[in-house]
Design a protein around this ligand. Structure first.
Ligand SMILES: Nc1nc(O)c(N)c(N[C@@H]2O[C@H](COP(=O)(O)O)[C@@H](O)[C@H]2O)n1
Length: 376
């Protein structure tokens, strides 16, 4: 649908402000942050909601459910939402059909959806008699989801990097010991990210050094029902008895983060969590592919040891990789036991990621056999 610049009522503008701040209460990942508010004929909010992460109800459906507890028929009501209502059955059903079924008369949304399969909701609603206009606070909605939009437009997963380090930025001591730098509270929180990710990735060096399981576990140590795909990336062989093979596992025999991201996205991975080590973390950072960064800072000093990040090819402070504390999609600064977690996003002014080099054709192998990943 072509966006126009219609007049919006004061109630609609106020409700969109609320929807934007509600959106920030969600979590970042495969899906964008989205908020929604239902207004009645007088412009009074009778229901509001937000999206709580992939697989949970979309913001519009959450807000409709609340409004439908107030009255059975929403004819005459307006739905305000920060993203164009989705028009597809993904992990949940189409918002468009839920909106029409509830009787909503008018929809005001902020930004178009850039995810092809889900887009087109505005056109569908208009064709089904629901007055639908977009563009109200589109900039704010874009800012909320600028990395998700970039990832989705590039057909790669939204990427979360987790680093657990000492005060002086080390992830292992000189003798290689690294378990545990952070405490159990931090590690439990790390599992909450694994639980919502579609895949968890480490380098083959980490597989050989630490033999991680990469399973998502509850605080009591039991494994959760939904498990992420476990991914080893790199050219070294993954031993037959490696713990990572215990679940749904894939070995990406490449060192190119873009190639890995594209392959995983095509296999349905919308949210990728990277757990290291330093070579992999550095490769994704250098490629500009980290959308969200969690740093767990333990109150330890090592002086010497393995740095969390290797050279990024930056020689001057003015070229430093710049990050901002993220006030949306989870707490900005949180204490976990004796540790502190920082939640960061790339500074919005950072240059867009560019593909550094074209990679050659490589073979992608998995525990279920091997397949060829063709070059773009
Ligand atoms: N309009 C809208 N509201 C939300 O609350 C959303 N989370 C989305 N997400 C869009 O739908 C896609 C995911 O759909 P499923 O959750 O898998 O059903 C996502 O890629 C966005 O395009 N949209």
């Amino acid at each position: 649908m072509t966006l126009r610049d219609p007049d919006f009522s004061a109630a609609e503008r106020g409700a969109m402000q609320s929807a934007v701040s509600l959106a920030g209460r969600g979590v970042r990942g495969a899906n964008p942050l989205v908020g929604a508010v239902v207004l009645d004929e007088r412009g009074t909010a009778i229901g509001s909601g937000y999206h709580r992460g992939a697989g949970t109800p979309h913001a519009e459906v959450d807000a409709l459910a609340k409004a439908l507890t107030q009255r059975a028929d929403l004819t005459g009501c307006t739905l305000i939402c920060t993203l164009e209502p989705c028009n597809h059955a993904g992990r949940t059903g189409p918002c468009t059909e839920a909106i029409a079924a509830a009787g909503i008369t008018r929809v005001v949304y902020a930004a178009d959806d850039v995810h092809g399969p889900a887009a087109g909701g505005a056109g569908w609603l208009t064709a089904h008699g629901v007055e639908t206009v977009g563009g109200l606070m589109a900039d704010e909605s874009h800012q909320l989801n600028h990395r998700w939009r970039e990832a989705t437009s590039s057909r790669r997963p939204f990427i979360t990097l987790k680093i657990a380090q000492t005060l002086d930025g080390k992830v292992a001591a000189v003798d290689g010991s690294s378990q545990w730098i952070t405490g159990p509270e931090s590690r439990n929180d790390g599992h909450s990210i694994r639980r919502r990710a579609d895949a968890v990735l480490v380098g083959t060096g980490t597989v050989l050094a630490d033999n991680p399981r990469l399973s998502a576990r509850n605080p009591d140590g039991t494994v959760t029902t939904r498990q992420p795909l476990r991914v080893a990336m790199g050219l070294r062989t993954v031993p037959d008895d490696a713990a990572i093979r215990a679940g749904h596992f894939v070995h990406l025999t490449t060192r190119d983060p873009w190639e890995a991201g594209r392959h995983l996205y095509d296999d349905g991975v919308g949210h990728l969590m990277i757990e290291g080590g330093p070579t992999i973390a550095t490769a994704f950072l250098a490629a500009g592919l980290v959308d969200e960064l969690f740093i767990y800072q333990a109150p330890l000093l090592l002086g010497a040891g393995t740095p969390a990040i290797q050279s990024l090819g930056i020689d001057s402070l003015r070229d430093a990789s710049s990050w901002v504390l993220d006030p949306y999609g989870g707490a900005t600064i949180t204490r976990y036991g004796n540790d502190v977690r920082l939640h960061l996003s790339p500074a919005p002014t950072a240059p867009a990621a560019t593909r550094a080099s074209q990679s050659s054709l490589r073979t992608i192998t998995s525990s279920k056999g091997s397949s060829t990943c063709s070059q773009e």
